[in-house]
Design a binder for this molecule. Sequence first.
Ligand SMILES: Cc1ncc(COP(=O)(O)O)c(C=O)c1O
Ligand SMILES: N[C@H](C=O)CCC(=O)O
Length: 433
Amino acid sequence: MDMSNEVSMGNEAAFSRACASLVGGVNSPVRSFTSVGGSPFFIREGHGSYVVDIEGRRYLDYVQSYGAIIHGHGDDGVLAAVMDAARKGTTFGAPTLGEVELAERIKAKVPGIDLVRLTSSGTEATMTALRLARGVTGRSKIIKFEGCYHGHSDALLASSGSGVASLGLPASVGVTPAAVLDTIVAPYNELPKIGEDVAAVIVEPVAANMGLVPASAGFLQELRRLATEAGALLIFDEVITGFRIAEGGASTLFGVTPDLWCFGKVIGGGLPVGAVAGPEEIMAYLAPTGPVYQAGTLSGNPLATAAGSAALRQLNSASYRMLAGRAEQLAFGLTKVIEEADLAVQIQRVESLLGIFFADEPVTNYREAVSSVERGIYAHFFHAMLKRGIAMAPGPYEVLFPGLAHTVDDVDKTIDIASAAAVEARDLWAKSR
Ligand SMILES: Cc1ncc(COP(=O)(O)O)c(C=O)c1O
Ligand SMILES: N[C@H](C=O)CCC(=O)O
């Protein structure tokens, strides 16, 4: 077999080749087209708001690596920082000032954080936050919300959003009953009873893995109050919202301070970084200062921290005004053209994050998200957009990530294309019923 990547190859051939060596041809299930049908396109390169596949087709990209990219693909500042770091060595297994700088930048933007522990993924961050909460409180139960996704650690896969929802899995085979014995699942936007055995309540402050579902008025504030009353820790999983919906993320936007934050995506500038962060009295329980163990050979990796610092350094209040403006333009335009095609639609948006539900009423929780998805329109709309050059996530529970590289013209183009795509989706959907 010719294993060169220079050989010219189409998407279908690449997918067959991938399936022979990678499970399902992908390294994360959401990338497969399982829930929308067809096979994925293979990306050759990305520049700003665009990606180009190996057949040379250009797509306006609203996936942006599921939110890991905020400045657009191949941002000059991020690239320069990564290349500079790479020249000095790729990993040492010893402290570097780059990781200190990234932690300082996180602290400077989010009031309430004294200490940070860097990981290599969001999954490690949430997993660590739970262990830490259990270590600090001496309690075992955790409460999570239906349709929220916190990565793929065993205890958090129950009633999860994102790919778990797209594939229609209640959780995952391989997770033992014992692993989820201490996980309590509550409906999003409903206040749970927090018992005395609960160590932590973990929540996406804006749910962005069951489509985009905003926290209803007072939900986060009440969670904060109830958790404090019960002596449980409140964990905000800001892997998506962190440094994306506001300069200080959801906690500053909503004025609710959790006990622990989990970050990922934006703080890595497109390289693998996650973080758990919080006040010193909690964070100091982590080893080496405390008894809760957590580690990682590549944690605080020099390339990743250089990319993350370069990404955060370039973000300021003007960035967030621009992001929200683009998202508002997109939400308004999509609503208009999809409704003109006689499809009921809810474009739900919080600042720069938005999601598409084909539904008559606003969606407030996972069950409503599922019933909207079960109408089966998203897959038609997705393909109608894709063939016209607009790439959204190949799954109905993901959101759109307009970024700083998306221009007004990009958004206008998206809306024009959505107008035709909505008509096609409506007709195909009608035929399929
Ligand atoms: C809210 C949230 N938490 C945690 C994760 C897990 O992060 P990672 O994929 O980096 O492990 C994700 C995304 O995957 C996420 O969206
Ligand atoms: N929805 C997921 C995280 O935000 C998508 C990323 C992945 O699991 O590959």
